[in-house]
Design a protein around this ligand. Structure first.
Ligand SMILES: Cc1ncc(COP(=O)(O)O)c(C=O)c1O
Length: 467
């Protein structure tokens, strides 16, 4: 008689197709089958524990199965499971919208719910385009994004993405948009030292933000035709955990504003504390016209997304029906009551557990623990922001030569991580931790120690002992 785990593995292979997964990798190999989770850990059917070092795709905030969030979902389930949000409303959506507006800076004052990060961004883009059409500027229909940016996998957000590895097959379907180079302090095109990293974002003598020149030139030429500039504030996550200075962000926003271009901050990944502040925008003291949220919005346990915007944008859509200014966009589960209840629970936990009181110490601790990785000859760069720490592996530290995509440097590291009880998910050559805010100092010690065992062993590194 095979075990439950064996039966499920067999059925998985037979029926399931996993996202962002080359299924061939699992032809002869078991995948991690998670039976339950608690706090920072996942447990398989054999009872083995794995640290969820990537917060289950960057969404878990207060740990898995948080009792407060669970209780809010359970209570909501007794009253209302689902109802459409078109022309109908419900208490969790209303209260959550109020709290989100209170949490974010003015002029963000209206909340439009959807159900995932891609749609949160797509909503912002569509709202901006329609705003200009209805505000006497139908010529403003261009969109601007960053190379190495990532906003989702719908055709619209792929069109604004800057990670061609993922979306090449669909190039013919994507619409054209403007692209500016991303900041990249590790491979600074001007060969400058990165700016000193301080909360206020001040630069050092080494950097004069020359890398903003292409953006400035692009805006000077096309700014008047551009509706919106979408970017991930402070960290291009999927693009390689590229952390960049607050001052770069501040200057980029000022440039866009000079030409009246809407600014869309995609905080789908960075929102809800991950960067050390509730929202990454806080570090730069700038406010977008649209703010996209998802992932951590519910504490990470149910799908929900929100796009926040201003009264000014809202007003451009507010008219007699016959003027045809309605925003015709919606999803079946937009603002689902259970998900909204979970989000209210997550915000309650932020308050009750005073998450931001203990976070700075955890951030410092994580940073200190990561320092030793710099000594490994295959570590080119160590970067971090809040509860995110990333190591870029290179073939040659002096030349910064990257590993080729086909060398798949992350794969043996992923497998070695599992053997150490760590769920890592390398992003190309970047090995990172994206920890829940609830992680303890002792857990940071344990996770970084296990990660050290994985990464300090040349047998796990392509070209240095492996492959
Ligand atoms: C910054 C950013 N925007 C948008 C998305 C897309 O979110 P989703 O996967 O929920 O569609 C992601 C997902 O990783 C993201 O990191």
């Amino acid at each position: 008689m095979s075990s439950r785990s064996d039966q499920l593995q067999a059925k998985d292979r037979r029926y399931l197709w996993h996202p962002y997964t080359q299924m061939h990798d699992y032809g002869g190999r078991e995948l991690l089958l998670v039976e339950r989770a608690a706090g920072t850990r996942l447990y398989d059917y054999q009872g083995r524990a794995y640290y969820d070092t990537i917060s289950s795709w960057w969404c878990i905030v207060h740990g898995h199965n948080h009792p407060t969030i669970k209780a809010r979902i359970q209570a909501q389930l007794e009253r209302l499971d689902q109802v459409l949000l078109a022309g109908v409303s419900h208490e969790p959506a209303i209260l959550l919208a109020e709290q989100l507006v209170n949490l974010t800076p003015a002029p963000l004052s209206k909340v439009f719910f959807s159900d995932n990060g891609s749609t949160a961004c797509e909503v912002a883009v569509k709202m901006s385009l329609q705003y200009w059409r209805q505000s006497g500027r139908p010529d403003r229909q261009g969109l601007l994004a960053l190379e190495r940016g990532y906003h989702g996998d719908t055709i619209g957000t792929m069109s604004l993405g800057g990670v061609p590895e993922f979306h090449q097959a669909f190039r013919h379907l994507m619409f054209d948009s403007f692209r500016a180079p991303a900041p990249d302090c590790y491979r600074c095109p001007a060969g400058k030292r990165p700016p000193a990293e301080d909360a206020a974002g001040g630069g050092s003598a080494g950097c004069d933000y020359q890398c903003l020149a292409p953006l400035a030139a692009l805006l000077a030429e096309h700014g008047e035709q551009i509706a919106a500039f979408i970017l991930e504030p402070r960290i291009l996550a999927t693009g390689g955990m590229i952390v960049y200075p607050a001052e770069w962000l501040r200057r980029a926003v000022v440039l866009a504003r000079q030409y009246g271009v809407h600014v869309i901050f995609d905080e789908v990944a960075s929102g809800f504390g991950r960067t050390g502040a509730m929202f990454a925008l806080e570090s730069a003291g700038v406010v977008p016209d649209f703010l996209c949220l998802s992932k951590g919005l519910t504490g990470g346990c149910l799908p929900l997304a929100a796009t926040l915007t201003s009264d000014e944008v809202y007003a451009a859509f507010y008219a007699d029906y016959r003027e045809n200014k309605t925003f015709f966009h919606g999803h079946t589960f937009s603002g689902n009551p259970l998900a909204a209840a979970a989000a209210l629970g997550s915000l309650q936990v932020f308050g009750e557990e005073k998450t931001f009181d203990t976070l700075p110490q955890k951030v410092q601790h994580l940073r200190a623990r990561m320092e030793r990785f710099r000594e490994l000859p295959w570590v080119g760069d160590l970067r971090g922001l809040g509860m995110i720490a990333a190591l870029e592996l290179v073939k040659n530290r002096q030349t910064k030569e990257p590993f080729a995509w086909a060398e798949r440097v992350g794969w043996p590291i992923y497998l070695a991580g599992l053997r150490q009880g760590l769920l890592l998910r390398p992003l190309g050559n970047v090995i990172y931790l994206w920890l829940p805010l609830s992680v303890t100092l002792a857990e940071i010690d344990e996770i970084s120690e296990r990660m050290w065992r994985v990464l300090s062993d040349p047998a796990n590194i392509v070209g240095f002992g492996n492959g």
